[in-house]
Write a protein that binds this ligand. Sequence first.
Ligand code: OSB
Ligand code: MG
Length: 369
Amino acid sequence: MRVERIELWQTNMELVSPFVTSYGIEHFVEHIMVRIDAEGVTGWGECVAEGTPFYSYETVTTVWHIMQDFLIPAIIGKDLKKASDCVSLFEKVRGHRMAKAGIEAALWDVFAKAGGFSLSKMLGGTRNSIDVGVSIGIQSSEIELLKKIDAYLKEGYKRIKIKISPGHDLAPVKAVRRQFPDILFQVDANSAYTLADIDLFKKMDDYNLLLIEQPLGYEDIHEHSKLQKEIKTAVCLDESILSLADTQAAIGLNSCRIINIKPGRVGGFTESKLIHDYCQTMKVPVWHGGMYESGIGRAGNVALASLPNFTLPGDISASKRYYKEDIIEPKFVVNQDGTMDVPQGPGIGVKVNEKALKKVTVKKAGFSN
Ligand code: OSB
Ligand code: MG
C-alpha cells in the first residue's frame, strides 16, 4: 500500500469530570489524531501524548515535531507491505514511542480495512467481547468516591481502580473495602512513592487488592523488585515498561507479577504483541491500560485487548465515561455484564464522525509527496 497522504488533527476534548491523579488535575485532554490515505483506503489512529509531560516526556508539541520532521518523511510515498513495516523505517528515531504508535495505529487500520479484516482479527484477537473496568481519579471525599464506585458497579464494570497519592491512600482503600468487600479492586500510584513507604504497602496487603500499579519511580525496575519481595500483593508496572526489553528485565528481576500494556507507551501494536506474547510464555497476566482515548484510540485498545493473555479487565470504559460527545459512531458502551463488544467490521470497526472531530480540532496539517 502506497502511503499517499497523512493528516494530523490536534484535538482538545473536555472530560465529563476532571481527573485527579498523584501528578495533577486534568479538565481537558489534548491528543493528535492521525489519518492516513493509501490507495483509496483511509485509516485512523490516535496519539496519546498529552499536553503536559507529567505522565510521559512526550507532549502534543514534541509529537507534532517528531511526526512532521522525522516519522512522516520516513514513510510518505513509500509502498509498505504491512503495518509493522514502519517499525524499521522509524528505528533511527530513539524513543518518542507515542508518536510512532499514533502513526502505526493508522497504518494497522489501513491494512486491516484493505484486507477486509477487523483490527482484532488482524492483531490475533480471540474474543468477541472483553472484560472492562474503570479508573477513578482522587475524589474530594470518601462519600463521593463510594457513590461513584456504586454507580459504576451498577453500570456493570467488572473492576474498580482508584488513584492514590501520599495522604490519599490507606484511608480510601479501607473505605472502599468496607463498603465493597468482594469487588475486583486495584490502586494506581503513578510513581508517587519511594521504598521509604514500604510499611504503607505492607499494610495494603490486608485489603485483597488485585494489584498495586506503578508505586515507585517512573523509570525504575530495580527498586520495584525490592518492594515486590516484601509484599504479598502483586506489583504491576505501567510507566516503567516501554519495550519488550523492559518487560524481560522486570519479569527477570521479579519486579512485578502483572504488566499493564498501553500501545502508545511501548511504541505501537507491534511491540505490544511482542510483550503480550512474552508475558504469556512466562505466565504473567497482562491487562490493557488507558490514556483517556477518544473512540479512535479506544477502538484500537479494544481490538488489542481481545488477545488471549489479556486476562484482567482493562481501563477501557464507555465513551460517555470520558467525553460528552465522542468522535466516532457507534459509541463504545459497557454491557450490563461488564463486557464491551469488540467491533467486527473492517479495521477499527467504527466510523469517525468528522463533524464532531472538527468541533474539537485546534490544529490541523496535511502531508503528501
Ligand atoms: O496511569 O493508567 C494511568 C490516564 C492517563 C495517563 C495515565 C493513566 C491514566 C488512567 C486512565 O488511569 C485510564 C483510562 O483511560 O480510563
Ligand atoms: Mg497507570
